[in-house]
Design a protein around this ligand. Structure first.
Ligand code: BES
Ligand code: ZN
Ligand code: ZN
Length: 504
């Protein structure tokens, strides 16, 4: 994509679509009169009549009638200027992205000034435009054989700005590489489970490692057996697909120390195993690797922006199937940590694979841990479909994480993890832990189980069962995978590269 900067002169643009933000009282925007003069003197009337709207997110598309260098103008209402926030702008730009897709435009020009206020600079606008437009334009290529829907991508983006601000170009680029990573994660989640097997996910990670010069290690069944990863092996037992523990290392410093571990649940299909899911509850379980996708997406951003922080990504991938060999309720298994687990429910498989993955991350030197997983239906009952649930054992680390989540606009809400919850996890007559203490408040038991393997390492658990998939079109994209947590994970790493966390 080419990103151009030109001075704020509407006669010098050469683009298919000029994007004009319309706040309340647009005439107060410096340069508005020049725009009206070069576009159409009727514009003030159209604003009065409501044909061009100032209402937030309302889009109006108009052709140009003179021989300007822009063929069409896309007006987007912004509402009251003083109410504009980064979050609202990201959404507005995503709306623009959706429109650009429909218009099949490959060149656009953006005049940043109307989008700014005392808090939001031209540079912020450029970043949010890159991010929002990229997210809004996303489409999953279907497997329909009769479709000739052609994919479009943006080839040229022109910014109109008086100062020669090269920062605008960089900001837009960073925004769009954030969106690209989210979109890659979305595609992984949207892929059918017969195509995205654990082995395929490992191949994807190998390509990522090659592009960004990460160290990569992939453990298959044999290596897992050698190491004693009894938990992920148990989940894989009923499958004909090889399990994969995918490990990526991004080394920012000469010494491999002060390392953040990102751990993802990569269940490529969850039938529930012998604790079989009802048929309606099974559909959609191709998305049970949303945590793995979030980690891979975050690694893509990290590979691009190269923050000063060492990161290890560990993804535990397998499907959860039934067969004569499959693990069963009542089985007792031994995890990599040495802790034994009584299996009460084979559908509580995510926590099992995460137990081994978290242990492996710790053994590889992780000083901080974040695990991300489509772990429980319980989080949906507790928080709905639009909030990620969290648990933590470290206030300072969580606070830092929440700053990142606020920056990206991804809503996260923490639930408690008490001593009595832990007691219930440890209740078993035959093993150290049980994998399913009950249905009441079971989001806490899912994440809390993973917490039994982190020891004193500062840790955050993110349950994205509700947020990883959208049942209908939403602010930042279409129905289907959302790519949630990709941006927040990358942002927390970027923040940690520049701040010292005062962990307990
Ligand atoms: N993959 C599911 C959780 C899930 C549910 C993800 C809905 C996305 C949407 C997980 O493995 C699971 O089955 N959890 C069980 C745990 C229970 C058996 C303790 C659940 O939440 O019902
Ligand atoms: Zn399950
Ligand atoms: Zn699952």
């Amino acid at each position: 994509m080419e990103i151009k900067l030109i001075e704020q002169d509407f006669n010098k643009i050469d683009t298919e679509v000029l994007i004009i933000g319309v706040p309340e009282h647009p005439e107060n925007t410096p340069g508005w009169d020049d725009f009206v003069a070069s576009y159409n003197s009727h514009l003030p009337e159209w604003l009065k009549s409501g044909d061009v709207k100032t209402t937030y997110k309302q889009v109006v598309k108009m052709p140009t009638f003179n021989d300007s260098g822009f063929k069409r103008v896309l007006f987007i209402g912004l509402g009251a200027k003083n109410k504009l926030t980064e979050e609202r702008l990201r959404t507005a730009f995503s709306t623009i992205g959706k429109e650009i897709s429909i218009m099949k435009a490959s060149s656009i020009a953006i005049w940043p000034t109307p989008f700014t206020n005392e808090k939001i600079t031209n540079e912020d606008v450029a970043f949010l435009a890159g991010e929002g437009i990229g997210l809004g334009m996303y489409k999953f290529a279907s497997y329909k054989t009769d479709s000739n829907d052609r994919d479009i991508s943006l080839e040229t983006v022109t910014f109109l700005s008086d100062s020669n601000q090269d920062e605008l170009k960089v900001a837009f680029e960073v925004g769009s590489l954030h969106a690209d990573a989210v979109n890659e994660a979305r595609t992984l989640v949207n892929m059918p489970p017969n195509m995205l097997t654990a082995t395929e996910m490992a191949s994807y990670a190998r390509r990522l490692a090659e592009t960004y010069d990460f160290e990569i290690e992939v453990l298959g069944k044999k290596e897992m057996e050698e190491q004693g990863m009894g938990a992920i092996l148990a989940v894989n037992k009923g499958s004909v697909e090889e399990p994969q523990l995918i490990v990526l290392k991004y080394a920012a410093t000469d010494k491999w120390e002060d390392i953040v571990g990102l751990v993802g649940k990569g269940i490529t299909y969850d039938t529930g195993g012998y604790s079989l899911k009802p048929r309606d509850g099974m559909v959609g379980m191709k998305g049970d690797m949303g945590g793995a996708a979030a980690v891979l997406g975050a690694m893509q951003i990290i590979g691009e922006t190269r923050p000063e922080k060492n990161v290890i990504a560990v993804i535990a991938s397998t499907d959860n199937m039934v067969s004569g060999d499959a693990f069963k309720p009542d089985d007792v298994i031994t995890s990599l940590s040495g802790k034994t687990i009584e299996v009460l429910n084979t559908d509580a498989e995510g926590r099992l694979v995460l137990a081994d993955a978290v242990t492996y991350a710790k053994q590889s030197g992780a000083d901080y841990l974040i695990d991300v997983a489509t772990l429980t239906g319980g989080v949906i009952v507790a928080l709905g479909m639009d909030k990620t649930g969290a648990l933590t054992n470290d206030e300072a680390f969580f606070e830092e994480f929440m700053h990142a989540a606020t920056e990206t606009g991804e809503f996260v809400w923490r639930l408690p993890l008490t001593e009595s919850d832990k007691k219930r996890l440890r209740k078993s007559e035959v093993a150290d832990l049980n994998n399913s203490p009950g249905r009441d408040g079971h989001m806490i038991f899912g994440g809390g189980f993973v917490g039994e393997f982190v020891g004193d390492t500062p840790w955050i658990h993110l349950d994205i069962a509700g947020t990883s998939d959208a049942s209908s079109e939403h602010d930042l994209g279409p129905k289907g995978a959302t790519g949630v947590m990709v941006r927040t994970l990358a942002t927390v790493i970027e923040r940690m590269a520049s701040t010292d966390i005062n962990s307990k």
